[in-house]
Each structure stands twice: as C-alpha cells, then as structure tokens.
Design a protein around this ligand. Structure first.
Ligand SMILES: C[S@@+](CC[C@H](N)C(=O)[O-])C[C@H]1O[C@@H](n2cnc3c(N)ncnc32)[C@H](O)[C@@H]1O
Length: 658
C-alpha cells in the first residue's frame, strides 16, 4: 500500500546514523536549563551571509536558476526528536521575553519573543535559517524553521522583517548549534510591514498604530502587487486595508470594503486558499441593483463557485454558479462549470468515470484529475482487525470497482516538492525509515490553507495524539501540530510506484488518500488498488459480501520474514491474517529453503525467456516449481495462496505449459 519506508543499510551505516542522533539528543539533555550566552553579532551575521552567498554563487557558477538544495547522491537525514505541542495561546496573553531570558532545551511557555531579521535567509532542503536581533542591538540569535518553510509560495523568513515567536523553543539544531527552532508554522507570527513587532502586537487593543497608508492606498498597493504576481504581498495589503476599514466601522466606505474583499478573494483563489476565497467572495457581495454592481457580484459568485469546485464541494459550487447566472444570464464560464458539475455528480453516484478522457488529460492536469470521488458502496466503521476500517455497504462482484478517490494531496517524483528523508525516530528505538518529507510539507501547507479539510485528516490513524482530533485556530490562523501530521503521513501515505524515469527513492511519488487510508491490511485481502493520475481505484479481487471488511496488502513481498519486518517498521503492527498464521507455523529451515528456491526461480525467470523456450528450460522450470511446492504443507495451505510459486507459474503459463 503505502510509502515504502524500508531502507537497505549495512548495520554499520544504520548504527552510525542512530549514534549521531542519540548523541545529539543526549547533548541537548545535558545542556537543558543552561542560560543564553551572547555571541559576537558581527561574526554570526557574517556566517549566515556567507552561507547564503555561497549558495547563490554556486548556483551562478553552475548556471542554475534556483539553489541546488540537494546533491544528486545525497539523501537528507534528520532525527525525529521528542514531539512538542504548538502554542495554542493567544498572542495578547503571552508575556514578552528577551533573548537573554532563553534557556537551553526549554519551551518557554507563556512567553513571546519579538525579533527582527538581520541577515539574509539561508534556504536548505529541510530547513531555513537566519540571524535575528532581539530588543537590544547586540543581542542576536539563530532562528531555524524546520521543514515547513514556505507560505503562500514564498519562504516564510523572507515574508517580512519583524517576527514574533510564540512560546519559543530553544535547542540545538542538527549540527549541534544553538538555535530557536520553529516546527509548527503558527508559532511564528510575521509582520509583513515594518511597523515594529511591539506596536503591532499591541495594536488591536490600542486602536491601530500604523498610519502610513490609507485603505484606498492599500487597495492600490495590493493591485500592483497582484499585477507583479507578488501574491503574498497583495494578500497582506488587502488584509491591512480591511483591518483599518473594519476598525473605522464607517458605512461610507462600504464600496471600498467590498472591493478589498473581492480582490482578496481573487488572491486567495490563486494561492489555493479556497475557504478564504469563498468567505471573501461572499463578504464582497453588494446585492446592488445597478448593472455594474450586478457585474461585480457575478464576479464574486464565480470566484466562490470556482473555490467550492476545487474543494470538491460540488453542491455549493452549483449554487454559486446558478447565482452568477441569475445576475449574468447565459454566462459561458458559469455554464461550462455547471456542465462539469453534472459529470462529477454522475461519477459520484455511479463511479462512471471516463478513464480514457482522464488518461488523455493527465499531462494537462499535471496528474491531478478533474474527477469526483465514488464512495457510496463503502462505509467507515470500527474494525475487529484494528481501529477503524472500510466496509462494503453492498455486495460487490469480482473485479468490480469498490471505490474511486482523488488524492487529498499528491507529490509526483518529477515535482520540486518531492523529497524523501532518512528519518531516525528516537521515540521508536531510533528506527530508521525513508519518509516522504515533501508530502508531509505539502499536507501541512494544504491544511494551513484550507481549514475546512483539517478534521478529516486529523481523524486518520496516527500514534501521536498531538492536539487531538478537533481543529484549533488561534489569532485567525489554524494551529497545525506538524508532529501529529508527520505520524499521520507515516502511517497512511501511499507510495504509488515509479511514475517517471528520473524517479528514485529520493524523490518517490507519494500521496494521501483519505478514505482509502481506512483500509486495513491483510496479506490475503479482497481488494487491490490502481491509479489513473491521482485517482485511486480500488477493485474487488474476489466476491465481497455486504458488510465484509475491505482489505488489501500494504506489502506484497512474498517472503514471510521480510514482510513481517516491513509491516512492523512502517505501520507498527504484526499481521495475524490466516496466511501469516500458517507461515509462522513453518519451521525457520523450511522458510529458508523456500526463500532460496524462490531466489533460484527468480534468477531463472530473469535469464530465460518463456516464449519459445526449449524442453530443457521447461523441465528446469517444472523442477523448480515442484521443489517450491514441496515446501508447502498441503493441509495447512489449503485455500491459501502459495506466493513463492507465483513467478514460476506465470513463466510456465506464458511458455504454454501447465
Ligand atoms: C492506513 S491505517 C488503516 C486504518 C486504521 N485501522 C484506522 O483506524 O484508521 C494503518 C494502520 O492501521 C493498523 N492496521 C492496519 N492493518 C492492520 C492489521 N492487519 N493488523 C493490525 N493493525 C493493522 C496499523 O496500526 C496501521 O499502522
């Protein structure tokens, strides 16, 4: 099923990684409580400047447009340390602190740190860092944002100059350097405008201290930023204009307010912040009767409809496009969307997806299909196997489609976002896994953008409870616990196999499919998955009765010991399906013999073509089959698959023998 996290390392290699990570954890523990000590600000800033310059120079020298964040051969490695909760305090409740109040390996709960960036940002694949100044000019510190470094298409540390760190965590980074570390995006509050964090922190109470631009000017600045495709800045200008207008509470500015909401809805749509795009579009409605007002409202309904469609909320999308048509009868775009919605509705009720059309559209849609989910033949409920599971709501014939589902989030190997990391999890006896770090980043980003989708992701299985299953919002921003999402991705992500030639384990394609995540594992399941772009199709491999649990194989390795190990390392359970119970009864000597014979058979299959094979080859294949068959106890394996035989039987079939 899922992202393959089995990694082949020599015991020495894995031992080295584990020792490095454990040593670092110990070093952090040893330094716990140590007071902050000052640095030489000039040399620290120089360090960051040279690191960022070196990056730029090497890019220029290589003629590359963007920083090479990862050498071809290297795989990023990091330790998963002790998880901690994001701050859920309101900014106004936190007590200011200084850099000199920081203590090592401490989460400064109840405190907030105001910082100003004083160095360029050094961007790496798994983190970004820069040097920040506190209240006093000669007090500086490194601040590192781990993994979740981008927001609205820009590096988070480049979004502004003034920052507030909620309940800062002071620790050692992966290189053993002291740093303020940010794991949860909402712990870092950024002021896009340089009005000083102290005043900005207080302004809601004091009635707005920023007097530089009027809301009319903010609208113009926003429009210019939008024209320049600086969407994060456009969003900030419109938001600031609206903040001031709302505070003034003046009826005469309602036109301007509607304009700002409508323009912000447009930016939100571009930034894929669909919930916000809908809310802004609806706020912008003038409900006026004259022609230009009707045109503007029609535009707003179109934006709301498009955003709802992208959230696969087809019912709302239909309502919005119909409202648009009432204001602008015959509008071509609205009608085109309504036609598409009709197709989606058919897909939802009958699973009647036009797969040929979907295949043809793959390159245009970048593998993300315009399609609806078909899930009505299934239901999610408690499973006797483990936690929740997916069950058949009706009888399903062999080879029939059980369900189709579009990915909640997919990262294809040929996309910049795709990267795997070697993680060493200290919570789990320093287990080493290949983790889809790019998918983790993409899921967190998506949740930050669309809070209406948080609950369904939090409901998925994960070992770490984090903030619980209910979404949380503070200071107008969703609070996402990135450790919780890490564990959810770890247990639920699907590796989808190689999609392009330049794809390897460092940039494997991976995705998260919410409903399919409820399918529990069985080595002898009743379902299999196929993919068309990001549309996952689950098909019955045999007749399934109404009420039966749907199960598929997360790991299809035929060898018992390797399969057991992979299932435990990646998904944390020991399989007790009928096949595993019987295989466990085989003596280790029998399992070893079967494995050796299967290896011989695999080698034979690799070297010998079945079509046109001579009598000698056929006899050899038959002997191999017989030898493997003899390792299976007839009585125990009655009605069970003999997985080591699959390859050689297929060879004999193709060679025209029984
Ligand atoms: C993708 S989730 C499957 C749905 C999950 N049962 C739930 O409650 O949401 C994968 C996790 O389910 C559990 N699981 C799946 N198949 C299992 C099995 N055959 N035996 C025991 N646990 C299983 C494991 O904890 C695994 O990490």
């Amino acid at each position: 099923m899922a992202a393959n996290t089995t990694v082949f390392m020599t015991p020495e290699e894995s031992g080295r990684v584990q020792t490095t990570v454990r040593d670092l954890i110990q070093k952090r523990r040893d330094q716990r409580g140590q007071r902050w000590t000052p640095y030489d600000p000039i040399s620290l800033i120089q360090e960051a400047t040279s690191a960022s310059l070196l990056q730029d120079l090497s890019c220029a020298a290589l003629g590359l447009g963007a920083a090479p964040k990862q050498s071809q051969d290297a795989i990023i490695a990091y330790g998963i340390g002790v998880p901690y909760l994001p701050s859920t305090a309101k900014l106004q409740e936190l007590v200011p602190m200084k850099l000199s109040d920081l203590c090592m390996e401490t989460h400064h709960r109840g405190r907030v740190l105001s910082l100003r960036r004083v160095s360029p940002v050094v961007e790496m694949k798994s983190s970004s860092w820069a040097i920040f100044q506190g209240d006093l000019q000669n007090e500086v510190e490194r601040l590192e944002v781990f993994l979740h470094t981008s927001q609205n298409g820009q590096n988070i540390l480049n979004l502004g100059g003034e920052f507030l760190v909620k309940e800062p965590y002071y620790t050692l980074n992966n290189h053993g350097q002291r740093t303020i570390r940010i794991d949860h995006p909402s712990d870092l509050v950024i002021s896009t405008f340089n009005d000083g964090p102290e005043s900005w922190r207080r302004r809601d109470r004091s009635g707005g201290l920023q007097k530089d631009f009027t809301p009319v000017q903010r609208k113009e600045l926003g429009n210019t930023a939008l024209y320049d495709k600086n969407y994060a800045m456009a969003l900030a200008h419109y938001t600031e204009g609206l903040r001031v207008l709302i505070m003034q509470d003046d009826d005469s500015s309602s036109f301007l307010k509607h304009d700002l909401y409508r323009n912000r809805s447009h930016v939100n749509l571009i930034l894929e912040r669909y919930d916000a795009a809908i809310a802004d579009a609806l706020e912008s409605l003038t409900h006026g009767e004259d022609g230009s007002q009707k045109d503007l409202d029609a535009k707003a309904y179109f934006r709301a409809g498009t955003a709802a469609y992208r959230l696969s909320n087809f019912r709302d999308a239909k309502d919005y496009f119909n409202e648009q048509l009432k204001l602008l009868p015959g509008n071509r775009l609205a009608n085109a969307y309504l036609e598409r919605i009709e197709v989606r509705e058919h897909e939802m009720s009958d699973g009647a997806h036009d797969m040929d059309k979907a295949l043809r559209s793959l390159s245009k849609t970048k593998g993300r299909l315009d399609a609806a989910d078909f899930v009505r033949r299934t239901k999610v409920k408690n499973s006797p196997v483990s936690g929740k599971g997916l069950f058949a709501a009706e009888g399903i014939e062999p080879d029939d489609i059980i369900m189709c589902e579009k990915a909640f989030c997919v990262v294809w190997g040929n996309e910049n976002e795709a990267f795997s990391a070697l993680t060493c999890d200290v919570r789990d006896d320093a287990a080493i896994r290949v983790f889809p770090a790019g998918l983790h980043q993409a899921v967190v980003q998506k949740l930050m953008n669309s809070s209406s989708q948080i609950e369904e992701v939090l409901d998925l299985f994960g070992d770490y409870e984090g903030l619980g299953k209910k979404p949380c919002e503070r200071d107008g921003v969703p609070v996402i616990d990135t450790f919780q999402i890490h564990d959810i991705v770890q247990r639920n992500a699907f590796g989808v196999g190689q999609q392009s030639e330049d794809e390897g384990y460092r940039n494997a394609s991976t995705g998260l499919w919410i409903r399919a995540s409820y399918i529990n594992h069985s080595c002898i399941g009743n379902a299999k998955k196929e993919l068309v772009g990001d549309l996952m199709i689950i098909r019955a491999t045999r007749k399934i009765l109404a009420g039966e649990e749907i199960m598929h194989s997360y790991d299809t390795t035929s060898e018992y010991d390797a399969r057991m190990k992979a299932l435990y390392l990646t998904w944390g359970f020991h399989c007790s399906c009928r096949l595993c119970v019987v295989e466990a009864q085989d003596s280790p000597a029998v399992r070893k013999k079967r494995l050796m014979l299967k290896k011989d058979a695999d080698l034979f299959i690799e070297r010998t073509k079945p079509t046109g094979a001579g009598i000698i080859a056929v006899n050899r294949a038959k002997r191999l089959r017989r030898s493997i068959e003899e390792t299976y106890n007839e009585k125990n394996y009655k009605n069970l698959p003999r997985t080591a035989l699959v390859g050689i039987e297929k060879w004999l079939q193709t060679a025209g023998c029984r």
